[in-house]
Ligand binder design. Structure first.
Ligand code: HGY
Ligand code: MN
Ligand code: MN
Length: 416
């Protein structure tokens, strides 16, 4: 397939301006963003994105999970489209680039094709996947997961947030529940640009990550119950302290992950303590253990040791424990052809690059089940993400977007 000329480049300033404009919606408290899925801020960001897509001459689609699809026509309307995109929802203390760079780099790619009046055989479709983060509604990558047939749509609609609000009701409330059946769309290929969210590219001075694999994930939710009691008048031997058991389980989580170093990580980011009162011994804790590894057998070993170890801790303390798997996916190997398109684009454009295994999960991990898929990564400062101080440089954003642009356009086949 004819590759774009090496001098075909995106407009880095326009991309950066769009990133900064989107960052104004759902601002955090420390320079980042709190634009959680299905909130009014998410809706405001969707409207801005939709207006930009329409201004770029694209036609909009919306499915029953709120996934947004903006289409630029190809010369062959019957050719399966090349999809590109990521997510606009953020963590509660999120950065300006996680997900957003992947959506707005796709928009910049379209704007550049329009500027250059370049036509492609395959249509190009730009996507915003609903609820990638999984922070308000577990699991992560929920809507790309329904699209890929991993999750049942009604099960997704019934997911509840901490206030008991259902996903389907909130999607309806913000007015972004479409009519198009989720998953009906067929793809020629899917590409996603994402910040690395880790330290490797910056530390090695590399411009672009060619993502060959994604590590797998396990989210195991534990509910441990003891008994609420007075922190002052209850003798130590009489206590059934669920908070103490959680501390012991979290030490075990760290020990299990480190036993598989360097190919495993583990922590708990979601922790609820009840009744969470200064002078009440916690009678109940609910927390989610997040294990990850590029090796499925490692993930399975970590899950098994967590269950045995946590059960023993609770038995010894006279507490009950329940386990619920609330999220997970196996390690991912991306499509060789699409990965090659990314690598040759980086070479053609003269960017330093290296193969990378994604430490974080992405919508591409599920879309890889239903279409040839690959990812591009750019460095981020100190490898920091899921933190309002998340930062990238305009040059890093431009390099990643240029590589995405070339990989997508080569795959969509330039005409004329
Ligand atoms: O959890 C993840 O890896 C992604 O940020 N949702
Ligand atoms: Mn992300
Ligand atoms: Mn994220």
């Amino acid at each position: 397939m004819a590759a774009p000329a090496a001098n075909m480049k995106i407009d880095a300033d326009r991309l950066w301006d769009s990133l900064m404009d989107m960052a104004k919606i759902g601002p955090g408290v420390a320079g980042g963003n709190n634009r959680q899925t299905l909130t009014d801020e998410d809706s405001e960001g969707r409207h801005l994105f939709q207006n930009w897509c329409k201004a770029a001459g694209m036609t909009m689609g919306l499915d029953t999970m709120g996934n947004m699809f903006a289409r630029r026509e190809g010369t062959d309307p019957d050719a399966l489209p090349v999809y590109v995109g990521s997510h606009l929802d953020t963590q509660p203390t999120g950065g300006k680039y996680d997900g957003v760079l992947g959506v707005l780099s796709g928009l910049e790619l379209i704007r550049t094709l329009n500027d250059l009046n370049v036509k492609t055989k395959h249509p190009i479709v730009l996507t915003n996947w609903t609820n990638e983060e999984g922070t308000r509604y577990a699991p992560a990558m929920l809507s790309s997961g329904v699209f890929a047939g991993i999750h049942d749509e009604q099960w997704a609609y019934d997911r509840e947030d901490a206030e008991g609000k259902k996903f389907g009701d909130e999607l309806q409330r913000i007015g972004w529940r479409g009519e198009e059946a989720v998953g009906d769309r067929k793809m020629h290929a899917f590409f996603e640009l994402h910040i690395e969210q880790g330290p490797i590219l910056e530390a090695e001075g590399i411009d672009v990550g060619v993502v060959t694999h994604g590590q797998g994930l396990s989210w195991m939710q534990l509910t441990i119950e003891g008994r609420d009691a007075h922190t002052g008048s209850t003798p130590m031997p009489m206590r059934r302290n669920a908070g103490l058991s959680m501390a012991r389980v979290l030490e075990l989580v760290d020990e299990i992950a480190l036993s598989h170093a360097p190919d495993a990580v583990g922590a708990a980011g979601h922790i609820d303590v009840y009744p969470n009162s200064r002078n009440v011994i916690p009678g109940k804790v609910v927390f989610t253990v997040d294990f990850r590894s590029p090796n499925l057998s490692t993930i399975e070993d970590m899950e098994a040791r967590l269950k045995v170890g946590a059960q023993k801790i609770c038995d010894d303390m006279g507490l009950t424990v329940e386990f619920e798997k609330v999220g997970g996916f196996d390690p991912v190997e991306f499509d060789e052809g699409c990965v090659t398109a990314v690598r040759s684009a980086a070479e053609r454009l003269g960017y330093t690059h290296r193969n990378l295994v994604s430490g974080a999960g992405h919508d591409a991990c599920w879309i890889n089940r239903v279409a040839p898929t690959a990812m591009v990564m750019c460095p981020c400062v100190d490898g920091l993400s899921h933190n309002e101080e998340e930062e990238i440089s305009k040059d890093w954003a431009a390099a990643g977007t240029n590589v995405l642009f070339h990989a997508v356009v080569e795959t969509a086949e330039i005409v004329g």
